[in-house]
Design a protein around this ligand. Structure first.
Ligand SMILES: NC(=O)c1ccc[n+]([C@@H]2O[C@H](COP(=O)([O-])OP(=O)(O)OC[C@H]3O[C@@H](n4cnc5c(N)ncnc54)[C@H](O)[C@@H]3O)[C@@H](O)[C@H]2O)c1
Length: 328
């Protein structure tokens, strides 16, 4: 018996799925995680020190949903100098029955979407329902899907933004104001942005860009940027006074926002309040008080990728998108 694989390149993936349907499947994936019905070893990193880059392997299996696959993704910050993207992700979806690959797809926009969706799920369960103002530090690829997802779950009236690059700032303001129809105010520094209800950080920094005294009670923070050892966006004193919810403890302690404060002894793993899946599945309560500061520490889970890839695969079959290739 032959096996064909559906090949979905960047163009095929474009517009196949959107943040609204991805939010739904990613919320389900977190619930399954909370209920202990997934298999997901932490990401494995190959560190290409000589080339300032890394390659990550991320396998995941949702047992009840019967969906499995693996993502291979690099981060090479110097790539743009030679005309290549920093991040190139390849996603493989497998049949759980035979193990055969069902589809191979560009995982780059898929990564942006599933990361945005995780942020949206965190905001839905952790932020105040009356949140109206979003603050955003870092205005690259992730910032866009974060805003789309947040606006899908909260009635946002105003967005305050800051990026060290004026090019990114202008592009974000022009594009997102038009797309989302929301008022976007560009601020001269990160401090001003923190006067908000929901703060999102999506920078690749290794020393904090947000100070503890800038964060008022009741704020929810999506800390998205730290996804490798040594990365850190928030003053660790924020974590000390906040309810910290991580996506997965093993990954977060290795590479999330908490990784540096844990390695320096400022913060301990016992101070992590919950995993997001425990909140989504009702095992733990999210926000308990209007004045809580809540932090979602996102590193990006393989199960987010796998459910998003399954969605893309189904849409592609339905719309007859992609190329059938023979492999075995
Ligand atoms: N948690 C996850 O699941 C997940 C998923 C994808 C990417 N990431 C991480 O998120 C971060 C952002 O990824 P991206 O794809 O949006 O990258 P990007 O390069 O598209 O955007 C990053 C933005 O941050 C800005 N920036 C850098 N330093 C800054 C500073 N000190 N102050 C203000 N702005 C600053 C840059 O100018 C740029 O506009 C990276 O660290 C990436 O590894 C996390």
């Amino acid at each position: 018996m032959g096996t064909t694989i559906l090949w979905l390149n960047r163009r095929d993936m474009d517009g196949l799925i959107d943040i609204y349907n991805v939010l739904h499947v990613v919320e389900n994936a977190f619930r399954e995680h909370g209920l202990g019905r997934v298999q997901m070893p932490p990401k494995v990193y190959l560190d290409f020190k000589a080339h300032n880059g890394d390659l990550r392997t991320m396998p995941g299996y949702l047992e009840d949903m019967d969906i499995a696959g693996v993502k291979l993704v690099n981060v090479h910050p110097d790539n743009p100098k030679i005309g290549l993207p920093t991040v190139m992700a390849l996603m493989i979806l497998n049949s759980t029955k035979t193990g055969a690959p069902l589809a191979v797809m560009d995982g780059t926009s898929l990564t942006d979407l599933r990361t945005g969706a995780a942020g949206g799920v965190a905001v839905k369960y952790l932020s105040r329902e009356d949140s109206r103002v979003v603050g955003m530090i870092g205005l690259g690829r992730q910032a866009r899907t974060q805003l789309r997802a947040i606006m899908a779950v909260r009635d946002i009236k105003k967005v305050k933004i800051f990026d060290k690059s004026s090019e990114s700032t202008i592009a974000f303001k022009v594009d997102m104001e038009k797309e989302m129809g929301v008022e976007i105010e560009s601020e001269p520094d990160a401090h001003k942005v923190c006067d908000c209800d929901i703060l999102v950080t999506t920078t690749p920094v290794k020393s904090p860009v947000v100070k503890a005294e800038w964060i008022r009670g009741g704020t929810h923070i999506n800390a998205i940027g730290a996804d490798a050892a040594g990365k850190e966006e928030l003053d660790p004193m924020i974590l000390k006074k906040a309810k910290v919810i991580v996506d997965a403890i093993l990954q977060a302690t290795h590479s999330g926002e908490v990784n540096v404060p844990i390695s320096t002894g400022i913060f301990s793993v016992n101070e992590i309040y919950a995993e997001l899946g425990q909140v989504v599945s009702g095992i733990k309560q999210g926000r308990e008080d209007e004045s809580d500061i809540t932090v979602f520490d996102s590193t990006g889970l393989a199960i987010q990728d796998v459910v998003t890839a399954d969605l893309a695969y189904k849409k592609a079959l339905e719309k007859k998108v992609g190329l059938e290739l023979e492999m075995f």
